[in-house]
Design a protein around this ligand. Sequence first.
Ligand SMILES: C[S@@+](CC[C@H](N)C(=O)[O-])C[C@H]1O[C@@H](n2cnc3c(N)ncnc32)[C@H](O)[C@@H]1O
Length: 250
Amino acid sequence: MASKQMLHMNHGQGETSYARNSSIQSTEQNRMKHLIEDAIVDLCSTLLPGKMLIADLGCSSGPNALALVSIAVKAIHSHCLEFQQPTPEVCVLLNDLPGNDFNTVVKSLVTLQRSNAPVVVTGIAPGSFYGRLFTSGSLHLVCSSNSLHWLSKAPENLTRNRIPAYDVDEHARRERLPVVLDAYAQQFKKEFRLFLELRAKELVPGGQMVVSLGGRHSNDIASKSIRPCEALYEILHVMDSEVHSFTSLA
Ligand SMILES: C[S@@+](CC[C@H](N)C(=O)[O-])C[C@H]1O[C@@H](n2cnc3c(N)ncnc32)[C@H](O)[C@@H]1O
């Protein structure tokens, strides 16, 4: 869950920073490259825009923050060069929750501005992608990688009944599994739908979205493929209870 105030990936460039621990996510971004290039070709050949607004939602920090928008900017320039079209002025906006390490991101955004001769202006759009971020009918391309499976909150029917996502008591966990799975599936559906409705307002007619998010192949959470995650769930559960006892003490 992404609490608007608290959660963020580890800041900076240190050993435990997201910048130095995001190679799996980077692989996922590489798989999106041709989809972004196709979207750009489509946009440039059908809309022939004089200006283009491109946004990455849930950009985080480190090299991944700029990866998708850099692919898009390069694709615009190659397409326009190949077909001798005038290159549109490009505005690149990066979004994440306010706690994100935008200081580091801003420094690399300047590199993007300098490394592209035609006009590329850049900016930050802080806030939740479960709310409005851009003006109506302004966006040409929305990209997002490894972020849209973050929900804004735990399902209310679980929090109301104090049911954790992962109960360390195996018996309780197995018994409540269908309820927990269903609650998270419903929450995801509700929030993903909201995300799509919001972006539909912000995109220009004919605008494009290229997104990737985590998921699983089957409902069987006991299947071998996810067992390595169990240790992680346990750690998160312990951290979660520590945060709660700290909050009640404070
Ligand atoms: C795993 S990181 C992915 C970062 C980058 N896109 C990548 O592929 O490496 C997920 C990012 O989504 C951001 N995020 C989660 N929920 C969000 C929300 N509601 N609005 C904006 N950003 C959000 C988190 O703060 C985090 O930086």
